[in-house]
Ligand binder design. Structure first.
Ligand code: CA
Length: 667
């Protein structure tokens, strides 16, 4: 790792793309510009343009009357100004116009046009920035929009969804299929007459909708929506504008903005907070990204030979440690909070960003609203020139201030590694070697005296300072969905009914564990992607949720609903501090690698129940568990769950069926 650090230092001293020809020895010499007026400041009397491009020889502004095609109506040379900026002003009302910037680089080459990196409105496909009447973008009542209350991060239940998956099926009952506005429709029904859409989410009991990338991305051609092209959206183009293909009209720059806000407003009004999946770690294009067409080279990391470093495995990686890139990330998320009322951010490949940047994101967002939730993937997809100790990765999470990371330890312990299709996990009968990782998940990846960290799958130490800093989950958009993973990895003699038991057990562990639970949309409806791992551009037929499954798998759905209700009704499962978990959670020695058991008590975290006993049997055979003598009320047993009780239990040797959970409490 030392050699890599040396390369990194060398690179930060040397300019690529010939920036030295403009007098800068290194990217670190580029002046920091802290003004808030970058790129466009509009009033009806005047438009001021400011581009940050320190190494440019010349910069020009192109004004257009249309979003695509034709020659610029006007080309204006911008003048060099302070701190690496270039400026010009146009003293008339430019509303309805489009613009691009064009940089002549340090070597004297005119680069392609760019809308800049701070475009807040764009024309179709985001190639030109748009000047609009901003007040037209606010839906009615936007000023009164308020996020639902949130007390602790451990009260959150995350529901990860994609706009098309959620609404595009003919069975969705939603009118605006594949659009932001689908989440503004209430009263929608499945063909069988059950609730769908936002009503379904309320009924299910989740607290936060985590929407897959919804900023403007590159891979779907917004002029050919009739092709029904699908993409997850991890291919960023304009970070500060909503994606056009999710709008009812991608040609009118105000529409996508107004409809995005209408979606947020509707979710808020229905008691749901909104998380945006953000992908600042790489861009879709490399040489032709808006970053490179604005300040060539500056925003990326490079290898010693000048090629792009590629920790994203998508062709490039950004350089959050550079002052203006760090500032960009921080200002961009602040913009989404202030303009769009976003309540949280999920950082894709957060390990590509440095710890200081993520902590800056936290502190600046906390200054606006401390209940904004921040989490990310605490890993990279490839090696990076950024030294390991600076990366916002899982092992460094103790150095993060209330930024949560995903627990791949619990995920893979429950259902088997995502990299080994046929490997099962604790919940699907492969109990050997997984119990300690399940315990690690139960304590929310925090310090607990009864967990042996050396036996945990990928970690030798706790990485969450508090349970608020870990995301527990068993599946997300990546890799096989839960149903498919269980199908492909279950022992060959496992029946469909047994796989449902595995499914319930896996999620019961996730939703009763300390930490923040997360689920992928459709898991509650037994959604299958028909064995496709990487469905990022698969057709709707693979990705869409079939809402008729709500009737077909009604029993499974009710289980998920009751499981979430149990968590929401009982603070014992939502202890916000490590100290609290240590104080209230005790594991019971079971002498069986397939059985994990613990108690929560006395009135843990203010719970109405004095003592709760939780036992997970991952074995494919029944076990007898010694429940302490007493008057217990059963809430979960043998594949059924009901927070209102399923009868009484005296204690003593109690049969727990194969692949199931027992949860009982006493007053
Ligand atoms: Ca787009």
């Amino acid at each position: 790792m030392k050699s890599k650090s040396a390369i990194f230092v060398l690179l930060s001293l040397v300019c690529l793309s010939g920036c030295w020809q403009s007098g800068y020895q290194s990217y670190d010499d580029y002046p920091l510009y802290e003004g808030t007026d970058l790129e466009l400041t509009y009033t009806p009397q005047q438009a001021d343009f400011t581009l940050w491009s320190p190494a440019a020889r010349k910069v020009r502004l192109n004004l257009y009357t249309a979003a695509t095609g034709g020659e610029p109506a006007e080309v204006i040379a911008m003048r060099r100004a302070e701190k690496g900026t270039w400026r010009t002003s146009v003293a008339r009302d430019l509303v309805g116009w489009y613009y691009t910037f064009q940089v002549c680089d340090a070597e004297g080459q005119w680069l392609a046009e760019t809308p800049g990196i701070w475009a807040k409105a764009v024309g179709v496909n985001g190639d030109r920035a748009a000047i609009i009447h901003w007040q037209e973008t606010d839906p009615e009542g936007w000023d009164e929009d308020q996020s639902p209350e949130l007390k602790n991060f451990t009260d959150i239940v995350l529901y990860e969804m994609h706009h098309r998956d959620f609404s595009v099926s003919p069975t969705s009952g939603m009118q605006h299929k594949g659009k932001f506005l689908a989440l503004a429709e209430t009263g929608t029904k499945t063909p069988e007459g059950l609730s769908s859409g936002i009503d379904h989410l309320k009924e299910l009991g989740v607290t936060h909708v985590h929407i897959l990338p919804s900023y403007d991305y590159a891979s779907v051609d917004e002029t050919r929506l009739e092709d029904n092209t699908y993409n997850w959206g991890y291919d960023p183009k304009n970070y500060n504008v909503p994606e056009g293909s999710y709008a009812t009209d991608p040609y009118d720059p105000a529409v996508r903005i107004r409809e995005f806000k209408a979606m947020v407003k509707s979710l808020h009004a229905n008691g749901l907070r909104v998380v945006l999946d953000v992908v600042y770690n790489h861009t879709y294009s490399s040489d032709h990204s808006n970053f490179n067409l604005t300040a060539p080279g500056y925003f990326y990391r490079h290898n010693a030979d000048g090629t792009y470093a590629n920790a994203s495995a998508c062709g490039n990686e950004t350089a959050s440690e550079r002052a203006m890139m760090r500032r960009y990330i921080v200002e961009s998320v602040k913009y989404w909070v202030n303009e769009y009322h976003i309540d949280g951010f999920r950082f894709d490949l957060m390990g590509i960003h440095d710890l200081e940047t993520m902590n800056r994101v936290r502190s600046e967002l906390s200054a606006i609203d401390p209940t904004i939730f921040i989490y990310g993937e605490g890993w990279t997809a490839g090696d990076s020139p950024l030294p390991v100790e600076k990366r916002a990765i899982k092992v460094n999470a103790p150095g993060l201030n209330q930024v949560a990371v995903f627990s791949d330890d619990l995920r893979d312990a429950l259902k088997g590694s995502v990299f080994e299709e046929k490997q099962a996990g604790f919940a699907s009968g492969r109990v050997e070697g997984n119990a300690e990782s399940v315990k690690f998940g139960i304590v929310g990846a925090t310090q607990h005296p009864q967990v042996n960290y050396h036996k945990v799958l990928y970690s030798d130490a706790p990485y969450a300072n508090n349970p608020t800093q870990v995301i527990n989950y068993v599946s997300c958009h990546d890799d096989l969905c839960l149903v498919d993973k269980l199908q492909l990895s279950a022992p060959e003699d496992a029946t469909p009914a047994e796989r449902i038991k595995f499914n319930k057990l896996a999620q019961t562990i996730v939703f009763t564990s300390q930490g923040v639970p997360f689920m992928r949309a459709g898991e509650e409806l037994h959604h299958t992607k028909q064995g496709v791992h990487n469905s990022y551009k698969s057709p709707d037929a693979i990705n869409q949720i079939d809402w008729s499954d709500k009737t077909k798998y009604a029993e499974l759905y009710t289980y998920y609903q009751n499981l979430i209700a149990l968590r929401r009704d009982h603070p014992a499962f939502r202890i916000p501090t490590t100290k609290g978990v240590m104080e209230h959670l005790r594991f019971i020695e079971t002498y069986d690698p397939g059985v994990v058991a613990y108690t929560l008590g006395e009135y843990a975290n203010g719970d109405a129940w004095r003592e709760i006993l939780v036992v997970f049997n991952g074995n494919r055979h029944a076990v007898n568990f010694p429940v302490p003598d007493g008057e217990w009320t059963v809430v979960c047993r043998n594949g059924r769950i009901d927070p209102n009780g399923l009868g009484q239990l005296r204690g003593g040797r109690t049969r727990i069926n194969a692949s199931s959970a027992l949860i009982v409490y006493r007053e």
